[in-house]
Design a protein around this ligand. Structure first.
Ligand SMILES: Cc1cc2nc3c(=O)[nH]c(=O)nc-3n(C[C@H](O)[C@H](O)[C@H](O)COP(=O)(O)OP(=O)(O)OC[C@H]3O[C@@H](n4cnc5c(N)ncnc54)[C@H](O)[C@@H]3O)c2cc1C
Length: 405
């Protein structure tokens, strides 16, 4: 056993970027990647977008191919799961029985979809979640014979799937238990804009409603709602959020609180173990508190920081929270913490492009922004949010729900 061995558990966005970073920063020792999925590290954003419409869009997910892993000298154990960490012996044990010693261990186990009890009992194969390439393939195959799709959950993934599926001419009903869309990440005027956008494309919303049960029939499903009514559909997607995959870290006795607790370098409560991506709860300097983020940018940038830190470099992960969504040809960018708004201002984009919403916190300080089709307005706002710079509020107007179409 080589005493330098770096072991990466989880081959998603963060796991892939730990490996890329270790090699680009000059680490020449052994790297072992162990991932439960059979696919080499890939990116998930296309799964709810192009990949639902077009199987060839699989190429958009590529992060590290098997050939890339091989040429980087990475030993990849794909389709195997780490079930135990022996911290004293610095060894991981897999479901297959294989064991591997480590010098430094990276936990990039991500998050997994929240699955309600009523869904777990369904046997028809008509109720889907969307996290992996295999989930996307299964949903895409099912959509070929779907006239009506019910989506439970009006968050980003649910809305992206609604947009993709409407483009395919399939009827969509979204059931959302909150009173507005994407409530946890955007202020009310943006929820309103999203709803108007989708209704304009024929999506039906049942807001303030939750699902209580599912009835499997031979050629359809019945979905019982909390008001006693039943929706009939060919298929459903359940996208009601994700939970951090902490089981392994928890059983190893690492500190857990809404994710694996790490410091600003990605180090866990065990100095030999780092973590990055959706699974971590990290000190966010912008938020001024510990937070967990599920975003492509966080998975990549935190993994880069953790990889460097494990090589002994001085790092301090302090990125501005940022994510994006694509719906009906609109690229929607969300920076900072716009959901903390006490007040929302709006600047329209040029020539019919939508514009930028700016959230001010309760002290009237900018705390986040959402941009749609107006990069010249959005980019300097994002820069100011990142660097703590001033934003001239002169050209901005207060906005209420109904103003922006
Ligand atoms: C459908 C979809 C669309 C998205 N679109 C966007 C978008 O448009 N913009 C954006 O900013 N973000 C988007 N995201 C979020 C972004 O993709 C995630 O934040 C990112 O994938 C997190 O990366 P990760 O490496 O932390 O976790 P993951 O990508 O979830 O990878 C974790 C991996 O670890 C494996 N694993 C778990 N436990 C073990 C174990 N014990 N042993 C071995 N392997 C294990 C899992 O099987 C998985 O392969 C989207 C996510 C999804 C699901």
């Amino acid at each position: 056993m080589n005493k330098d061995t770096m072991v990466v558990v989880g081959g998603g966005q963060a796991g892939g970027w730990v490996i890329k970073t270790l090699r680009s920063e000059g680490f020449t020792g052994p790297i072992v990647l162990i991932s439960a999925e059979t696919h080499p590290p890939y990116e998930r954003p296309p799964l709810s977008k192009n990949l639902l419409r077009n199987a060839d869009a699989i190429s958009e997910t590529a992060l590290l191919s098997e050939a890339d892993l091989e040429s980087a000298g990475v030993e990849a154990w794909l389709g195997d799961e780490v079930v135990e960490i022996d911290r004293a012996g610095r060894t991981v044990r897999c479901a297959s029985g294989r064991e591997q010693e480590y010098h430094r261990l990276f936990l990039t186990t991500g998050s997994r979809p929240r699955i309600p009890d009523w869904m777990a009992a369904s046997r028809s194969g008509r109720a889907h979640v969307l996290r992996t390439i295999d989930d996307a393939s299964s949903l895409r195959a099912g959509l070929a014979s779907t006239g009506h799709l019910v989506i439970v959950g009006g968050g980003w993934i649910g809305l992206e799937v609604a947009a993709s599926v409407r483009d395919m001419g399939i009827a969509v009903t979204v059931v959302e238990s909150a009173s507005r869309l994407c409530q946890r990440s955007v202020p009310e005027p943006v929820s309103h804009w999203l709803r108007t956008l989708h209704e304009g494309h024929g999506v039906t919303f049942l807001m303030g409603r939750s699902v209580e049960g599912l009835v499997d029939e031979a050629d359809h499903i019945g979905i019982t709602l909390d008001d006693g009514s039943m929706l009939v559909a060919d298929r459903m997607l359940v996208s009601i959020g994700a939970v951090p995959d902490v089981a392994l870290a928890q059983s190893a006795g690492l500190e857990i609180y809404n994710g694996i607790v790490v410091d600003e370098t990605g180090q866990t409560s065990d100095p030999a173990i780092f973590a990055a991506g959706d699974v971590t709860n990290f000190p966010c300097s912008f938020a001024g508190c510990a937070t967990r983020r599920e975003s492509w940018a966080n998975a990549q940038n935190q993994a880069i920081a953790a990889g460097k830190a494990a090589l002994g470099q001085a790092v301090h992960y302090a990125e501005l929270p940022w994510l994006w969504s694509d719906q009906y040809g609109h690229n929607i960018q969300i920076a900072g913490l716009p959901e903390k708004a006490g007040e929302v201002l709006f600047a329209p984009g040029p020539e019919g492009a939508t514009g930028v919403w700016l959230s001010l916190d309760h002290d009237r300080r900018p705390c986040g922004a959402i941009g749609v089709g107006a990069p010249r307005i959005f980019r300097p706002v994002m820069k100011a949010l990142k660097n703590g710079g001033e934003i001239d509020l002169g050209g901005w107007e207060a906005v209420n729900n109904a103003e922006v179409q």
